[in-house]
Design a protein around this ligand. Structure first.
Ligand code: NAD
Length: 358
């Protein structure tokens, strides 16, 4: 049986990373029918939109997509394709495993944690009122003496249903991946109603998994300190959107940077797998950047498809190539100017050779 998967090549370094990942995934022996569609800045010129309707149609049909990074030009009114995809498909759970593989330059010995970030609400809901607007004035009048007259205002919605589904996603991930603990992270001592509700609902969900998965809570500031001191103490973290965004990048730094940080955006009806990093446009066409983050996103996709054995084998092959430290890109060499660093496609070749020898 072959899996139907939508393949979005992206732009910048996206197409070369996607090609490397496609070859590696096929080398696992799992069969795919790739439905190749294009989105991003290059498509804008021909299609008049960076996200043509056939892209969404393809993902809705196949329910699984692998995506290269897509540039969001600043100050052009160009809507972010990445945000649009998450919104249109209601991909509410952003899952980012942060695992330190031996051989990756890092300050730490052991990091193996997973960020589960809520993707659809919180301060990212896009409900903002500019300074001096009638709406901002109305809100200022609702809280006399609390907000300055010259304030712009962003609204932070946290819903019971939105929280329930993200916390459940974190616990379900923990169960499916043999994890032991879920930690909910907020600033509920200050935001008593919004972050307070997040905790209230998280505790309800945690009770449903009692005896199976442990549960605890951290305030976001304390968590940040603990993460840089003792990252080995954490397992699965579940966070509202803004904290999740920031902590994901912090944790990518703990495990060696963007070149090795994979990700998945999961919804009820579709799942989209992509690296944490962007399109790194300055390296476009240079066969230089690290394919590991997208290949490990492919590992997550294999697990999502139920191909656990192939996923484990591929992860093992990636880890072995990194541990050997020979056929790796510049960012995985102790000295970034090391002339022995290989290119994107050569690192993929090394992973394929390793897969064949396992
Ligand atoms: P970026 O992640 O593209 O690159 C920042 C730097 O990180 C690069 O210059 C490079 O030094 C390093 N880097 C990134 N990926 C790497 C890799 N695979 N291997 C080795 N080094 C790597 O971030 P940016 O420059 O802020 O963003 C560029 C564009 O990408 C922007 O338009 C942004 O909006 C977009 N973006 C897209 C996504 C996505 O598609 N999901 C995510 C983030 C940013």
């Amino acid at each position: 049986m072959a899996y139907n998967v939508t393949l979005i090549r992206g732009d910048g370094t996206g197409p070369e990373l996607v090609e490397a990942t496609r070859r590696v995934l096929e080398a696992t022996g799992v069969a795919f029918n790739w439905d190749i569609v294009d989105a991003g800045v290059d498509v804008m010129e021909t299609a008049g939109t960076p996200l043509p309707p056939n892209v969404l149609e393809s993902i809705r049909r196949n329910k699984v997509a692998l995506k290269g990074p897509i540039t969001t030009p600043i100050g052009t009114g160009f809507r972010s394709v990445n945000v649009a995809l998450r919104k249109e498909l209601d991909l509410y759970a952003c899952i980012r495993p942060c695992k330190l593989y031996p051989g990756v330059p890092s300050r730490f010995d052991k990091v193996d944690l997973v960020i589960v970030r809520e993707n659809t609400e919180d301060l990212y809901a896009g409900v903002e009122f500019p300074v001096g607007s009638p709406e901002a004035r109305q809100i200022i009048n609702m809280a006399p003496g609390k907000i300055r007259e010259d304030a712009a205002i962003s609204i932070k919605p946290i819903s019971r249903s939105g929280t329930r589904r993200i916390v459940k996603a974190a616990f379900d991930y923990a169960v499916a991946n043999n994890r032991r603990k879920v930690t909910a992270v907020t600033k509920a001592n200050i935001m008593k109603y919004t972050d307070g509700l997040f905790y209230e609902v998280a505790r309800e969900v945690a009770r449903e998994y009692e005896g199976q998965i442990a549960y605890d809570e951290y305030l976001i500031d304390a968590l940040c300190m603990q993460l840089v001191l003792r990252p080995e103490n954490f397992d699965v973290l579940v966070l509202p959107n803004l904290y999740g965004d920031i902590v994901s990048d912090l944790c990518a730094g703990l495990v060696g940077g963007l070149g090795v940080a994979p990700g998945a955006n999961i919804g009820t009806d579709a799942a989209l797998f992509e690296a944490t990093h962007g399109s790194a446009p300055k390296y476009k066409g240079l066969n230089k950047v690290n394919p590991t983050a997208l290949i490990l996103s492919g590992v997550l996709m294999l697990r999502h498809l139920g191909e656990r054995e192939a996923a484990d084998r591929l992860e093992q092959a990636v880890a072995a190539v990194i541990a050997e430290g020979k056929d790796v890109t510049y960012d995985l060499k102790p000295n970034r100017n090391d002339p022995t660093a290989v290119g994107t496609s050569q690192m993929a070749d090394a992973i394929i050779r390793k897969l064949q020898s396992l």
